[in-house]
Design a protein around this ligand. Structure first.
Ligand code: FAD
Ligand code: SF4
Length: 510
């Protein structure tokens, strides 16, 4: 029986479960660039280039390995608009009797594919995605009966399961599970941040850049200076580059933000891990080895591994446990529209401008920019969760629904009522000032709160605290904030709230 094996754009791994036990002599592979998938969000142009080019390279590698691959190139006037159209066409053309695929990373598409057996009239086998360390069921079993989920406890399970940074006696290497307390240094320019791994586009990538510029001209961002890896081999070289040059300082400066450096000591590996070019465990093992061989300190290796086997697995588990209802959560009752400067970058708030500008140029901003700058501002101003989620899904090369949604809706917006995070990551300008050198170059004054030129984050922070008293006053991690707020004089509180109201009324012009 000939099978039609569908490989999606974020499943670019020869180990993908859909290929297990497949037979190159009989089975056919189908891969497709289709308008429905490329156009349902305002995907950054670099994200489209990365995915189309990586898919094309992977398709070529499969062919070279002896597979018969039908690769559907994007064409604006194609009659095949959706994956289903392409699969239906190939079932007939190739006389296949069954579809095999690996579960996809998005509820929307998962729902569609789950119905294909009735719509296409053939069996459709959806296999688990074995690239993750915890299966959906394993996560659901761990979560069962817990009112709130905490990443730290799940992470310890994953350390035990993988054996990463574990002693032979089953204890964490270095005597602690988590070295996060060491990872909060401000970066002052030294040691110099390494240049990110860069590759010149090859012929395939250049063709894709042209295609994206022609057909997706109105999408966010730019294709200029495209330098991402688009093959497995190059993604592994990017991992080596990170281990050699950035990992040693990854931990120390994990929370730092810079006015001049876009990438600092981050790995810039999420675009590759998420589309299948790089195996997450391979990346973690490389970091662990760097520590064992004395090339990186424990706070760096542990911090990096925690992000992958902890946070990455944790948010995926939450997504599949609670979709589709999770996407509708808005427990703080936010109703404000996303300010236009999230797309244009035109704001006098230096930290926001820098984060959005880097996002526009690179399809990348590091975690603290996403969480404590653009995310924090959306939280403080009460942006509708769905609008800010749509923005994050569109603008980053690593953005897929399963990872973006819990990070934005849960971690940043606290819209799930604290299910994912024990307290909102709300912060005033003081935090941004402590972790960055933006404020010295800003139109606003971070040391002021109520004056016309005062940093907007300051008054907005207190307004957030005040308007959500019912939500957070009894949260043990927020009690001190309320004591600090209540300690301020009535005049001071009123001036802060008046300033914040003005800012909220004029949010488009900040
Ligand atoms: P590094 O800082 O080098 O971290 C190493 C790796 O850890 C990353 O490559 C990534 O695979 C993993 N990781 C770190 N933090 C997280 C996290 N919170 N959730 C999942 N994986 C994590 N990550 C995405 O992959 N896609 C997204 O769409 C995405 N959206 C985000 C939106 C918001 C508002 C926030 C706060 C975070 C988001 N993240 C997302 C998580 C994180 O910001 C990115 O994974 C990280 O910035 C990617 O850059 P890097 O590879 O240099 O990461
Ligand atoms: Fe951002 Fe405020 Fe600092 Fe300006 S002063 S960079 S708005 S934190």
């Amino acid at each position: 029986m000939a099978n039609l094996i569908l490989i999606l754009g974020d499943q670019l791994s020869p180990q993908i479960s859909a290929l297990e036990n497949a037979n190159p002599a009989d089975d056919r592979i189908v891969m497709a660039e289709v308008a429905d998938e490329a156009g349902y969000a305002n995907h950054h142009k670099k994200k489209l280039v990365l995915l189309f080019s990586a898919m094309r390279h992977f398709g070529e590698q499969l062919k070279a390995a002896g597979w018969r691959v039908h690769y559907h190139d994007f064409a604006a006037d194609s009659e095949y608009k959706s994956l289903e159209d392409v699969v239906a066409g190939q079932l007939t053309a190739q006389s296949c009797e069954r579809v095999i695929t690996t579960e996809c990373g998005e509820w929307r598409l998962h729902e569609q594919i789950s119905q294909w057996h009735t719509r296409l009239g053939v069996p459709v086998e959806i296999r688990p995605d074995t690239r993750f360390i915890a299966s959906k069921k394993e996560f659901a079993d761990w979560a069962e009966g817990r009112k709130q989920l905490r990443m730290e406890f799940f992470y310890r399970e994953m350390r035990r399961k993988t054996g990463l940074l574990m002693t032979a006696d089953g204890d964490p290497e270095g005597g602690h599970w988590n070295f996060d307390a060491d990872n909060r240094k401000k970066w002052t320019g030294k040691p110099a941040a390494p240049a990110p791994f860069r590759l010149e586009p090859d012929d395939i990538t250049r063709q894709v850049i042209e295609l994206v510029n022609r057909h997706f001209a109105d999408h966010f961002g730019t294709t200029e200076d495209f330098h991402f890896a688009v093959t497995r081999q190059d993604a592994e070289a990017a991992l080596e580059h990170f281990i050699d040059y950035a990992l040693p300082c990854f931990g120390d400066y994990q929370d730092a933000i810079s006015d001049t450096e876009d990438w600092l000591f981050h790995s810039i590996l999420s675009p590759y891990i998420n589309c299948g070019l790089l195996d997450p465990l391979t990346a973690c093992e490389a970091a662990a080895q760097a520590w064992y061989s004395g090339r990186a300190p424990i706070n760096a290796a542990e911090g990096f591994i925690r992000q992958i086997i902890g946070w990455r697995e944790f948010v995926r588990g939450i997504y599949w446990l609670h979709m589709p209802d999770y996407a509708k959560e808005n427990r703080l009752g936010n109703s404000r529209s996303l300010p236009w400067f999230y797309w244009s970058g035109k704001t006098q708030m230096r930290c926001m401008h820098k984060a959005i500008d880097a996002t526009r140029r690179n399809a990348y901003a590091h975690h603290i920019q996403r969480l404590m700058v653009t995310g924090n501002f959306a939280l403080l101003t009460g942006i509708k969760p769905q609008e800010i989620c749509d923005w994050y899904l569109a603008v980053y090369a690593d953005a897929y629904d399963w990872v973006e949604l819990p990070n934005v809706l849960g971690m940043v917006m606290h819209a799930d009522g604290g299910y994912l995070g024990s307290k909102p990551y709300a912060a005033s300008g003081k935090y941004i000032h402590r972790m960055s050198d933006h404020c010295a170059n800003c139109h606003y004054n971070v040391n002021k709160s109520t004056e016309d030129d005062a940093c907007p984050f300051n008054a907005l922070y207190w307004h957030f605290i005040d308007r959500h008293r019912d939500d957070f006053e009894n949260n043990p991690r927020m009690g001190m904030m309320y004591r600090n707020w209540d300690k301020q004089s009535p005049d001071r509180r009123e001036a802060l709230l008046t300033r914040a109201e003005w800012l909220l009324d004029n949010v488009e012009n900040l």
